[in-house]
Design a protein around this ligand. Structure first.
Ligand SMILES: [Fe+2]
Length: 511
């Protein structure tokens, strides 16, 4: 009897083994709108006629129950892998999709992913980092943490492997499987090229869009919430790339609430052995400032840094061509630089505008909404003891998470620049004298309180939308201290009051 049971178990297991499709090294990337598309990539070990079966309902590995299917759009042999890509389009935003890959040899495990939201009122979670070269333990820990934090996407700034050999890349993708949750949830990666990648490695291993003229591209998340620029430091920063960047920023930065950039080599590295990237300074940092790119994520030096708000400037007090400007609405914060498993180096080249620097294995974790970006630096070494976030509560800190807490604080908060949300230093007491209520407000009149003092009579009240567009202007009189919001659409607004002493801003929400 025992033997029969064992034989049955043996044949059952044999059947299951045979029935798996012969695929591995799964990855998700994007070429187009992250809210309606997804590229599913994998290595086809053997077998043929692979098809992705997918849908918004979970049918496990019963491939024939999924309502949609997609054949392979692109196959490319690179790094000893037969890289297959199925490019899904026409998806619903902010929606869970379940899928399996079926081929001539069977069916894969069932995986799932979330499309990005297309609505700027939905908060985004993004992990950003880079440099995972040759220390697999920290690399695996960082990947395990991605699975626990479940961000909408990972921005990866290059130098995945040490020498870009086939075996190193295969190990990299094997380790990447640790970003997949125990329930099969996969996290898409937005990949940039580093100096350890050859030309077209990123194109062929992540199926990135190259329509702009090379391995550089931009994606918009959350409708107009944020536009991410992924640049390539291994070709000239100006030229085709610089022209594309300037044109895309001119066309799109105004109609997005946030613009951020990621690329490999730090323009002003915080490691003394690394050279200054003056061409990037000219071709990227300057247009970033012109177009109010708010956050720049760099890699390559294998150190940790965060800067104060800075702008490119040769004015007196500048350090290596940047100057700290806390209240300039076009300023950017630069963070970095690597540490996803590459050899850690000493952070020995801080500038006058460096907020904090260090040396440890880490990535950045961003929470992005219309009014602010919150950025934390997550140490990854204790990944196994960190708690698991659930899909309905992604904006909370899991148990045991190890956050960098340098002088200046754990969290870097970047306020929406378009609201003019910058307090003038000449009138720091003003907010205490100025509130708006009710807030949130559904209809009727918003009351601007404490405006009785003589000095605000004659002041200008400006209502701006989330993009900074002026909706209305009112001059304060002893009679007018309210503002009717019935004509406003639902959303976040800023109310600026310009007094003789300076400018103050409050935020209100029309529900
Ligand atoms: Fe590098």
């Amino acid at each position: 009897m025992e033997l029969r049971k064992n034989l049955l178990l043996f044949f059952t297991l044999l059947f299951i083994t045979i029935a798996w499709s012969n695929t591995d090294k799964y990855r998700l990337t994007w070429r187009e709108d992250p809210s309606t598309t997804m590229v599913i990539g994998w290595n086809q070990i053997s077998g043929s006629n692979a098809v992705v079966h997918f849908g918004a309902q979970d049918f496990g590995t019963d491939y024939n129950l999924y309502p949609s299917s997609k054949t392979v759009d692109r196959t490319v042999s690179r790094k000893g892998m037969n890289n297959n890509y199925a490019r899904l389009t026409g998806l619903q935003p902010d929606t869970a999709y379940y899928f399996v890959i079926r081929d001539s040899e069977g069916v894969s495990e069932r995986f799932w992913f979330m499309t990005a939201p297309n609505d700027p009122t939905t908060r985004l979670s993004i992990v950003a980092g880079g440099d995972s070269r040759n220390n697999r333990t920290p690399r695996q820990n960082a990947n395990r943490l991605v699975a626990k934090l479940r961000p909408h996407a990972v921005l990866f700034g290059g130098d995945m492997t040490d020498d870009s050999t086939s075996s190193q890349w295969q190990n990299w993708f094997n380790d990447w499987q640790l970003t997949i949750g125990s329930d099969g949830r996969m996290i898409p990666v937005v990949a940039a090229r580093g100096n350890h990648e050859s030309s077209n490695d990123i194109r062929d291993l992540f199926d990135i869009p190259t329509a702009a003229g090379g391995e550089f591209y931009a994606l918009s998340f959350g409708g107009n919430l944020i536009r991410t620029y992924t640049l390539n430091t291994e070709v000239t920063p100006g030229g085709t790339q610089g022209t594309w960047l300037a044109n895309d920023l001119a066309a799109n930065s105004e109609n997005h609430i946030w613009a951020v950039a990621q690329y490999h080599r730090a323009t002003r590295p915080h490691q003394s052995g690394k050279s200054e990237q003056n061409d990037q300074y000219e071709a990227w940092s300057k247009p970033f400032y012109t177009h109010a790119v708010q956050l720049v994520m760099e890699s390559d030096s294998h150190v940790v840094k965060r800067t104060w708000p800075i702008k490119p400037s040769t004015d007196s007090g500048n350090d290596e061509g940047f100057i700290r400007v806390d209240t300039d609405p076009n300023r950017a914060i630069y963070v970095g630089e690597g540490c996803w498993g590459a050899p850690i180096r000493s952070a020995n080249d801080s500038k006058s505008w460096t907020r904090a620097a260090g040396s440890f294995n880490q990535f950045k974790w961003l929470w992005i909404d219309q009014s602010k970006i919150e950025l934390r630096t997550v140490k990854v070494d204790n990944a196994s003891s960190v708690g698991q976030l659930s899909d309905n509560n992604l904006f909370t800190l899991p148990s045991n998470i190890d956050l960098w807490n340098p002088s200046g604080g754990t969290v870097v908060t970047i306020d929406n620049p378009h609201g003019g949300g910058v307090l003038s230093v000449t009138d720091v007491d003003a907010p205490a004298r100025f509130t708006v209520y009710p807030n949130p407000i559904q209809s009727g009149a918003l009351t601007i309180s404490n405006l009785n003092s003589k000095e605000v009579v004659g002041s200008k009240v400006i209502i701006r939308d989330i993009l900074g567009k002026v909706i209305n202007e009112v001059v304060i009189t002893p009679e007018i201290t309210t503002y009717n919001i019935d004509n406003l659409k639902s959303g976040i607004y800023f109310i600026n009051i310009e007094t003789k002493k300076g400018k103050v801003t409050q935020r209100f929400i029309k529900t």
